[in-house]
Design a protein around this ligand. Structure first.
Ligand SMILES: Cc1cc2nc3c(=O)[nH]c(=O)nc-3n(C[C@H](O)[C@H](O)[C@H](O)COP(=O)(O)OP(=O)(O)OC[C@H]3O[C@@H](n4cnc5c(N)ncnc54)[C@H](O)[C@@H]3O)c2cc1C
Length: 507
């Protein structure tokens, strides 16, 4: 993917696109893939970097949702379990099976959760991952060596999927572009254009790098702006009632030693009635999440002190070592776009919603990463009908995503078949193979690849979403920033001032 080429395509086009998609998160990328695979001409616009919204800030689980099971939302769980299975089959280089252990401190919980998770297996049917089993206290401790053993009665082991959200997002966008889509980051939709009859028939866009404004006309516009989709709806109708309520979810990243066994820990009931996960992720331990209602969605949400303390304290009740503030390597927060009940929402399920406010504009929001594909299928069906496009069947259920590879090898395995290109860069210049930080596996070739092929534009893009350094270890990110900036400046033809500005921005 090359941004200059994308800009040229977007600005030089005279004919309307079949679809213009606003938002480069899981929802928008899914729609772009689905539409492009059906042969529709699609332009996707993202105002920041791809995935800079909620979609790089998730708990990284491809799951049916044990919590929804407890709430009795069976159809939602079944849909998510089906999509979980498809996603692992279509992107095995990014999605893998992870073993979870649910420790029980009351004997009745062992049976209650054991039965519940057996039901989870049954609902998954042929899309099942590993089998759920009830295990003894000793087995819990073998899998979770740092679990608090006082009062421990046993536990339940079950399986779900784990993934790297920002990497999957990039590979979705690359899948879309492999099928002809045009995708642009740092392209803000500033308004909607209307036909004489009042229907939405395009968008006005500002290229935030150059400041240049242009118009992209479309047969139908898809609003996939996540927590910001009410802003887009208000561009069409300033009186539009908000369809979303925002809730913040934060995570804390701790050292691997807090969860050394390779299995994840599920705490089934936190003091505020939620579940909390501690998960091994890229060599560290990811703990979260919270659920805090907030009045408006900020562009750059931050974990609050209260959330961090809550996570540390709750995790400490289950671990032999209480994690403290000084153990925190990084934190990150995301905003859940929660769909309000009622209104004229054409609900496809209780968890995500599609709404047509005015002709020409379809809003798709809510849901979860796991179900992005089925959401996209429904959205493109609707958009194609609204635009009068020739009906074509969805082609994504068995579609292998960009990078598809079953041969996960080293730290480059997550790039799938693109790893070969990164190795080629290292072969041509071995200095690019040297790790950029002693605590992390990332090397210079990944930075070069990110700029040349993944449209990384800033050091933060590379440290947060092409690699995951900023989410894994913020101190390491600061230390790596100058070297990453130098490598990027060489690729992008930037000067010393740009380098200094980028390092400041990371700080
Ligand atoms: C804390 C947390 C944990 C989660 N964990 C999981 C999990 O483990 N598994 C799971 O399946 N799901 C999980 N989810 C849910 C999942 O992350 C979201 O459902 C999904 O990422 C939403 O994607 P989206 O594309 O709708 O929104 P976003 O990712 O927010 O994308 C919307 C994009 O629109 C862009 N945009 C906004 N306005 C404009 C404009 N004017 N012009 C151009 N672009 C614009 C934004 O910059 C943004 O990038 C979690 C959510 C949260 C908050």
């Amino acid at each position: 993917m090359n941004r200059d080429a994308m800009i040229r395509r977007a600005t030089e086009r005279n004919a309307p696109w079949d679809l213009v998609v606003i938002g480069g998160g899981a929802t928008g990328a899914g729609v772009a893939v689905d539409a492009a695979v059906r042969g529709y001409e699609v332009l996707l616009l993202e105002r920041g970097d791809f995935g800079s919204g909620t979609s790089s800030r998730s708990t990284k689980l491809v799951h049916g949702g044990v919590r929804y099971l407890r709430q009795g939302n069976i159809s939602l769980v079944m849909e998510a379990l089906r999509e979980r299975g498809r996603l692992r089959r279509n992107a095995p280089h990014i999605v893998h099976d992870l073993e979870f252990v649910l420790p029980c401190y009351r004997r009745r919980d062992v049976f209650m959760y054991g039965i519940g998770l057996k039901a989870y297996d049954l609902l998954a049917g042929r899309h099942r991952f590993g089998r759920s089993v009830i295990v003894s206290k000793n087995e819990v401790v073998r899998r979770l060596p740092t679990i608090r053993t006082e009062g421990l009665r046993g536990g339940v082991v079950y399986h779900d999927g784990q993934f790297d959200d920002a990497r999957l997002l990039l590979h979705l966008l690359m899948t879309a572009t492999d099928h002809g889509a045009c995708v642009l980051n740092y392209a803000t939709v500033t308004g909607l254009t209307r036909s004489a009859a009042g229907a939405v028939n395009g968008v006005t866009v500002r290229d935030t790098e150059s400041g240049v404004e242009f118009t992209a006309s479309a047969k139908v516009v898809v609003n996939a702006a996540g927590p910001f989709c009410d802003e887009i709806r208000r561009m069409a109708n300033p009186a539009a009632e908000p369809m979303l309520a925002a809730s913040q979810g934060s995570h804390v990243v701790l050292d691997h030693s807090f969860l050394p066994g390779g299995s994840a820990l599920l705490i089934p009931e936190t003091p505020d009635g939620r579940v909390l996960f501690a998960i091994p992720w890229h060599g560290q331990t990811l703990v979260g999440t919270t659920d805090v209602a907030i009045p408006t969605a900020p562009v750059e949400p931050r974990a609050t002190d209260a959330e961090i303390d809550f996570i540390l304290e709750t995790a400490g009740r289950y671990l032999t070592r209480q994690p403290r503030r000084e153990d925190v390597l990084s934190t990150f927060a995301g905003i859940r776009p929660l769909v309000k009940a009622g209104g004229n929402t054409a609900s496809m399920s209780r968890d995500h919603a599609m709404r047509v406010d005015i002709p020409g504009l379809v809003t798709m929001t809510g849901g979860k990463w796991t179900t992005y594909r089925s959401m996209a299928e429904g959205c493109v069906n609707k958009a194609a009908e609204m635009a009068g496009l020739p009906p074509r069947r969805c082609g994504t259920t068995e579609l292998r995503l960009h990078g598809y590879s079953q041969a996960a090898t080293d730290s480059l395995g997550i790039y799938g078949s693109d790893a070969i290109e990164i190795r080629r860069l290292i072969a041509a210049d071995p200095s690019l193979g040297v790790p950029l930080h002693p605590a992390l596996p990332y090397c210079g070739a990944e930075v070069v690849w990110a700029v040349r092929s993944e449209m990384a534009r800033t050091v933060t893009d590379v440290l947060t979403r092409r690699t995951r350094v900023l989410h894994l270890n913020s101190r390491a990110a600061l230390e790596m920033a100058p070297r990453v900036a130098e490598l990027m400046a060489r690729e992008l033809g930037r000067d010393i001032e740009w380098i200094a500005g980028q390092v400041r921005a990371v700080r």
